[in-house]
Structure formats: structure tokens, C-alpha cells
Design a binder for this molecule. Structure first.
Ligand SMILES: Cc1cc2nc3c(=O)[nH]c(=O)nc-3n(C[C@H](O)[C@H](O)[C@H](O)COP(=O)(O)OP(=O)(O)OC[C@H]3O[C@@H](n4cnc5c(N)ncnc54)[C@H](O)[C@@H]3O)c2cc1C
Length: 135
């Protein structure tokens, strides 16, 4: 971060600001290939997988799930989706505990309406077996 943020010559981060650091040991530099390897690769949702994702509340009374793989309103593994699943899990925990505390607010993903015509064209092209417009 320091190398990146200070590359203009302006000092944004100082060495003495560093408290500690940790890099996931699953991420390793492979000198032979000149690339990183990662034991826990990035999850990218596949088409139609939304229905297969688990809900935050499971059929096991004291098991709750939170994470980007949990089904939310957002059909993509993102920080927003992970956050939303955590809210759903907290809500389920409060409900299971008969807690009087208010449940966290839930949000739906904003889909810009101005992009809807392009989304429709994209869907039509996909159904017809045509490549993406920008491909
Ligand atoms: C390279 C990259 C770029 C991304 N860019 C974006 C982006 O621009 N915008 C966006 O919204 N999302 C982005 N994402 C996705 C986003 O980071 C994830 O969707 C989000 O962090 C998932 O949150 P999570 O809490 O489900 O899991 P994580 O953030 O992966 O948290 C899981 C935690 O559990 C810990 N853990 C795992 N196993 C154990 C264990 N046995 N015991 C204790 N702890 C354990 C892990 O160390 C980790 O800290 C990106 C992801 C990657 C990899």
C-alpha cells in the first residue's frame, strides 16, 4: 500500500504507522511461473447457481451462515452480498433467540433503470447463442 500510495512522491503512509501485517499463507509466489498461487481461489458465481446457494438460516436450529456464497438479493459473490448475508444471519439469530432487539436493515441491490434496455439486449443475444456485444 505504501509503495502504491507514495508513488507520487507525496508521503501518505509512514513506516511508523505500521502496527502489524499478515499475508494469507495460502497465497504464495511461484517464481517458476512468475505468478501467485492461491489455495482458496476466488469464488465466481456460475449462471443459475443462485437457487442452489444456502440461506443464512439453516434447518439446524443453531447453525447460521454468513458469507458471499450465501443466497441474498445479490446474485454475485461481492462484499455487498457477504454483508447482506451477515445481516440476514444476525436477523435469524435474533429471531431464534426471541430477542427484542430490532433486526438489522436489509437492502436490495439497485439496478440502474437506464441500463435495463442494454440488459434486455444482452439477455436476448445470450438466448440466441450470440456473443456479448462487446466481445
Ligand atoms: C482479488 C479479489 C478482488 C475482489 N474485488 C472485489 C470488489 O472489487 N468488490 C467486491 O464487492 N468484492 C470483491 N471481491 C469479493 C469480496 O472480497 C468477497 O466477496 C468478500 O470478501 C467475501 O466476504 P466473506 O466474509 O464471505 O469471506 P472472506 O472475506 O473471505 O472472509 C473469510 C475469513 O474467514 C477466515 N477463515 C477461513 N477459514 C477459517 C478457519 N477455519 N478458521 C478461522 N478463520 C477462517 C479467512 O481467513 C477470512 O479472513 C474480491 C475478491 C478477490 C479475491
Amino acid at each position: 500500500m505504501k509503495a502504491c500510495l507514495d508513488d507520487t512522491g507525496e508521503q501518505n503512509l509512514r513506516e511508523e504507522d505500521l502496527v502489524s501485517w499478515f499475508i494469507d499463507p495460502g497465497v504464495r509466489w511461484n517464481a517458476a511461473t512468475g505468478r501467485n498461487t492461491n489455495d482458496t481461489p476466488l469464488l465466481i458465481n456460475t449462471m443459475g447457481s443462485h437457487a442452489n446457494r444456502p440461506d443464512a438460516r439453516t434447518s439446524i436450529p443453531n447453525l447460521f451462515l454468513a458469507g458471499d456464497y450465501v443466497r441474498t438479493d445479490i446474485d454475485l459473490a461481492t462484499m455487498e452480498s457477504a454483508n447482506e448475508s451477515a445481516r440476514a444471519a444476525v436477523s435469524a439469530v435474533l429471531d431464534a433467540a426471541d430477542s427484542p432487539e430490532p433486526a438489522p436493515a436489509m437492502f436490495t441491490l439497485h439496478e440502474p433503470p437506464e441500463l435495463q434496455p442494454l440488459r434486455q439486449i444482452d439477455a436476448d443475444r445470450f438466448r440466441s447463442g450470440l456473443p456479448h456485444m462487446l466481445a
